[in-house]
Design a protein around this ligand. Structure first.
Ligand code: CA
Ligand code: CA
Length: 469
């Protein structure tokens, strides 16, 4: 049950008996709340009364379930005839839904057969693979290409251990697979000692460099500091401009680290709170990479290539998404910061806020669109179930509803994007937001990799697949 709101304003819900009296019986409908009128996607001034419009699951002619709403402190009680739910709004205006009572009622035949209608036909699936864990499917976390692009490296968690698979990009056939001691949250492919290798960020506090056969090259145990040092993100950046990448790691212990390719620490910076987002971009256009970091609690920080803070601050609770897009002004970028409340802020390269937008629920991913005339739009995935396209300076160009919370979005060379939802659905949109294809997979979508005419899909239930573009 999800409610999209405009941001962090506390909500006041008032009953309206006249509205309720219009509702007709439709008792067997599943309890679904889907608000939402696009007109709500704008900022509201405090203390201005707002009418919340809710569309209850019903038939095409507007008949809706015989539900009642009763006012409760900070929320309301929904009675569906079969179940009762409380909807509680916290101080930030986020809705929490809990079932509080259930009556044993045999389900009636639904008055209207409700079929899920998808906005487009599925695209051709080139291959699928099911990756097993010990007792259940492995939780696949990340898919990256190797240098020759003919092979994909997939990171996985299976219980308390991790697994890495190398798959043939064209057929999905397994070329190699090996286990590592900790669940693999993220990985990058990088040349070490003249040979292509993998660096793994693992949930047991270890950074592991391994050969493509799984042979250990080096292993750094990150120290305990503030919190257990689970590692969530790894990225590459050529910090010293010698043509070879260095390794940037984001850790639960509040620190972001840079290592050289031999595992030697170059710098560390305390970004405050566990790292949840890590991206690399030269935002000031000086030819040196900058490191963008978001944390699970309060902070977003921009570091220069030496690990020194350029700017940052507290933007709200939880930053799972941060990224940069070219803004058409020389080589500089704007920085987008997404917060768990649904607040999305747009900044210039020095951190000045240019615009803000509320989606009402967690921002999960921000990705640049293909560059046009030195400028990039941004795609944004929100837990409210929408994919958005914004200009670099914060103008909403379009938004599209998915069938479930949007977790992953990736830009395509044609200017469109692919998006993955929590219910395992993968959507392709063109640059104007027209839906071109929809494919369904088992598990929630954890990563998408568009490459060479196909998008590679990995899910939380061990499915790896390729969908033709
Ligand atoms: Ca370098
Ligand atoms: Ca720079």
């Amino acid at each position: 049950m999800r409610v999209q709101t405009t941001g962090v304003l506390p909500l006041t819900v008032t009953d309206n008996a006249d509205l309720g009296a219009q509702w007709k019986a439709y008792q067997s409908a599943p309890p679904v709340v889907r608000v939402i009128d696009q007109k709500l996607e704008r900022m509201l001034e405090p203390n201005v009364p707002v009418r919340i419009a809710a569309v209850w699951h019903g038939s095409a002619d507007g008949k809706v379930a015989e539900w009642s709403l009763d006012r409760r402190p900070n929320g309301f009680l929904v009675s569906t005839g079969k179940h009762q739910y409380t909807i509680q709004f916290d101080a930030s205006g986020n809705a929490g839904v809990k079932m509080v009572a259930s009556r044993s009622v045999s389900p009636r035949k639904t008055a209207v057969e409700v079929k899920r209608t998808l906005p487009a036909a599925p695209a051709r699936v080139a291959w699928t693979q099911n990756v097993k864990g010990d007792n259940e499917p492995a939780h696949l976390t990340r898919v990256v290409p190797l240098k020759n692009q003919a092979t994909l490296a997939v990171g996985a968690a299976k219980g308390k251990a991790g697994r890495v698979l190398l798959l043939d990009a064209a057929t999905g056939k397994e070329k190699a697979a090996f286990d590592v001691a900790g669940p693999v949250n993220d990985l990058v492919a990088v040349e070490i000692n003249g040979r292509e290798s993998l660096v793994l960020a693992c949930r047991d506090g270890h950074v592991r460099a391994v050969s493509l056969k799984g042979e250990p090259i080096w292993d750094v145990k990150i120290e305990f500091y503030r919190l257990f040092p689970d590692l969530w993100k790894v990225r590459l950046a050529d910090l010293d401009n010698d043509g070879q990448p260095e390794i940037i790691i984001g850790c639960d212990n509040w620190r972001t680290y840079a290592f050289d390719r031999n595992g030697k620490e170059l710098w560390r910076y305390e970004v405050i709170h566990p790292v949840r987002a890590l991206e690399i971009a030269d935002i000031d256009g000086n030819g040196k990479p900058d490191v963008l970091v978001g944390t699970g609690y309060m902070w977003a920080t921009v570091l220069n290539e030496k690990g020194e803070k350029s700017w940052g601050g507290r933007f709200g609770f939880g930053c799972r998404a941060i990224n940069a897009v070219r803004n058409g002004k020389g080589r500089t970028c704007n920085v987008l910061i997404g917060i768990d409340s649904g607040l999305l802020t747009f900044h210039n390269d020095r951190g000045t806020e240019l615009a803000r937008f509320f989606t009402g629920d967690e921002i999960f991913m921000i990705e640049p669109a293909a560059e046009v005339n030195g400028s990039q739009d941004a795609f944004v995935a929100s837990y409210n179930g929408f994919i958005y396209r914004f200009s670099a300076d914060g103008k909403r160009l379009w938004s599209k509803a998915l069938s479930a919370p949007a977790l992953v979005v990736r830009g395509l060379p044609d200017g469109g994007c692919v998006a993955g939802a929590e219910d395992g659905t993968v959507y392709r949109f063109d640059k104007n937001g027209k839906c071109l294809s929809v494919n369904e997979f088992d598990g929630s979508i954890t990563d998408l990799l568009p490459q060479n005419g196909a998008v590679r899909v990995v899910t939380s239930k061990g499915v790896a697949a390729a969908v033709a573009l």
